[in-house]
Structure formats: structure tokens, C-alpha cells
Design a protein around this ligand. Structure first.
Ligand code: DOR
Ligand code: ZN
Length: 346
């Protein structure tokens, strides 16, 4: 197969930031994606329905001329989040999810949750109204090795939450382990998982062998090759529980190439080309539509996009800029480390 047409894709986990950075990176997403779940870890975070409405307006105002793009808003869960505000946000139809960051787990997560019992009432309300909870699934316990933090989270936090609130609909975001894949598969129709582009391509050797590669550092950190293979198998299986969330996370280069570099890979520009490559290599191109365009809207109970996207394989390697130049500084585009022959038809 050298050509494939799929419904226009969506990104079920995206960081747009704000201000100059948002202005610079938005076109990279709107070029290919119709909708995206917009992460709320701004400084200060998007906590209330009013915050989300104001952020949505800033995104709409920054859209490139003629772009058709629907930002799906998300509230940042804190121990003070008011269940009534969450329900009111959901009722607007513009806020699709609440994001749980364990405090300290990742970029701008210090306002997140320390004591999960303090957010039980929010979980109950969300279960009642059918609103999905997006989870950054890593424990922050200093004694737990960073490569084990996802597996320990599933066992000690996620599973107990789901047992106490069985109707809560949960998206395990950016899973990076075989344990994540297995748990998502065990969950019935209240559980789904997003997988990023970069976790389908790199393992932890890519970050650490032959010199440290800060542009491959993200959270959760990439794991061993056996875990990457489990993610590729899940993403390309067509299973409705797995769908694309790029976690494309722009940081200016000087903050990545730093003694204490920020976590995040920027993949908005080349995700669709890379996914076509990965699915093609597995002989699973016919499952790309499910992963990138169909399973996500089905879980979020939204219609599929009616517009389409065609991807074409040629003898020429795809080109993209090494960096996106923003007024907040240059942002390095994820480099898969191999040539890609799939192109998105303009
Ligand atoms: O790599 C990451 N970057 N993981 C996250 O969870 C947050 C994100 C960011 O905001 O930069
Ligand atoms: Zn993220």
C-alpha cells in the first residue's frame, strides 16, 4: 500500500502553552489535526470552568487564518476543585475532561493532587455525569525508581481509585509500559489509554547511549525495548481502548539543552508521517484510522471528523524543519533518527 485515506485525525493529549509559544506552535497542530485535548498545566494552571473558557478564547484568537480547529478544554484537578464547578464546566459542552497530575510528577504539576481521598467527591461527580478523567500515571515517591513509577502507580493508585468508583471513565495518558498496556486491556469500557508518537519510536537507549539526548527526554521517560514493542502492538492492534495522544510538549531549546532540562518531545509537526511509517512497518496501515481518528472520538462520545486526510508513500524522504521558530525561542522537532517516506497530502 502506498496511499491511505483516513478521517482527519485528532490529538487526545496536547500541550499548546500560552502567549508567544502558543502562537508559534499552534499551526503545527492545526495543519493536520481537527481537534485536540488541551492540557491545562499552564502557569498558573487552568483550574476552573472560567479559566478554561478564557484559555479557549485565547487559543481561538491565535488560530492561523482559515484553520478549522476545535480545542477541547480540560480542567487541572487540585485538592480544592469544586465538583459543582466541574459539572458546570462539563455542561457547557466545551470542557471534555479533568486532568489528574500527582503533585510533582511532571512539568507544572506542583498544584496537583497529594491526597487522593481529597478529590473523591470530584471523581463521584465525574462518574455520574460520564466525564472522563485524564491521568498522568506515575507515582512521585522518591524511593520508587523512575522507570518503575508507572507500574507502581497502576497498582497502588489507579486500581484502588477504579475499585472505589467503578463508573469513573479513565484515560491512562501516554502509557509507556507493558503493564500499562495490560491494565488498559483489562479495564472494560470505562478505561482507555493514549499512546504518544515518540514512545512508539524510542526506547531508553535512544536517550542515554552515545551521549545524553535532551530532546528525547520526556515524562513518563521512555522504557526498555520490550515495552516499546508492547506499545507498538497495542497501537496497531485496532483495539478501541488505544488511541493517539501525542503529548507534543514544546519547550524552548535553551530549556531542553540545560543542566536540568525540561521534559517533553515536540511531535506536532511530523506525527502523522511518523505514525504512517510505524503502522506500515508493522503491516498494519489499515488500523491507522482507528488509532488516529476513530477510537478517540468513540471514547469521548464525539462524532468522527467528516473531513479526510490522505497519506502517500514516495521514494523521497519527508522533510520537516529541524526547529520551529517561535517568539519564545526555537523548539526542536522530534527526530526519529531514520528517514520517513510517508507524506501528508496537502
Ligand atoms: O514530557 C512531558 N512534558 N510530560 C508531561 O507530563 C508534561 C509535558 C510538559 O508539559 O512539558
Ligand atoms: Zn502531557
Amino acid at each position: 500500500m502506498t496511499q491511505i485515506t483516513i478521517p482527519r485525525p485528532d490529538d487526545w493529549h496536547l500541550h499548546l502553552r500560552d502567549g508567544a509559544m502558543m502562537q508559534g506552535v499552534l499551526p503545527e497542530t492545526t495543519r493536520h489535526f481537527a481537534r485536540a485535548i488541551i492540557m491545562p498545566n499552564l502557569v498558573p494552571p487552568v483550574v476552573t470552568a472560567a479559566d478554561a473558557m478564557a484559555y479557549r478564547e485565547r487559543i481561538l484568537a491565535a488560530l492561523p487564518e482559515g484553520a478549522q480547529f476545535d480545542p477541547l478544554m480540560v480542567l487541572y484537578l487540585t485538592e480544592d476543585t469544586d465538583p459543582a464547578d466541574v459539572a458546570a464546566a462539563h455542561a457547557t459542552g466545551l470542557v471534555k475532561s479533568v486532568k489528574l497530575y500527582p503533585a510533582g510528577a511532571t512539568t507544572n504539576s506542583h498544584g496537583g493532587v497529594r491526597d487522593f481521598d481529597k478529590v473523591r467527591a470530584v471523581f463521584e461527580t465525574m462518574a455520574e455525569i460520564g466525564m472522563p478523567l485524564c491521568m498522568h500515571g506515575e507515582v512521585t515517591t522518591p524511593e520508587v525508581d523512575i522507570f518503575d513509577r508507572e507500574a507502581v502507580f497502576i497498582e497502588t493508585i489507579l486500581d484502588p481509585i477504579r475499585r472505589k468508583t467503578p463508573d469513573l471513565r479513565v484515560v491512562m495518558e501516554h502509557i509507556t509500559t507493558k503493564q500499562g498496556v495490560d491494565y488498559a486491556r483489562s479495564g472494560g469500557d470505562t478505561l482507555a489509554a493514549t499512546i504518544t508518537t515518540h514512545h512508539l519510536i524510542i526506547n531508553r537507549n535512544h536517550i542515554l547511549v552515545g551521549g545524553i539526548k535532551p530532546h528525547y527526554y520526556c515524562l513518563p521517560v521512555a522504557k526498555r525495548e520490550e515495552h516499546r514493542l508492547a506499545l507498538v502492538e497495542a497501537a496497531t492492534s485496532g483495539d478501541a481502548r488505544f488511541f493517539l495522544g501525542t503529548d507534543s510538549a514544546p519547550h524552548a531549546d535553551h530549556l531542553k539543552e540545560h543542566a536540568c532540562g525540561c521534559a517533553g518531545c515536540f511531535t506536532a509537526t511530523n506525527t502523522m508521517q511518523l505514525l504512517a511509517h510505524v503502522f506500515d512497518a508493522q503491516g498494519k496501515l489499515d488500523e491507522l484510522a482507528k488509532f488516529a481518528s476513530q477510537n478517540g472520538p468513540a471514547f469521548y462520545r464525539l462524532p468522527e471528523n467528516t473531513a479526510q486526510m490522505t497519506l502517500v508513500k514516495t521514494d523521497e524522504a519527508a522533510q520537516w524543519p529541524d526547529k520551529i521558530m517561535t517568539e519564545a525561542g526555537p523548539v526542536t522537532v522530534f527526530d526519529p533518527g531514520f528517514p520517513v517516506y510517508w507524506h501528508v497530502q496537502p
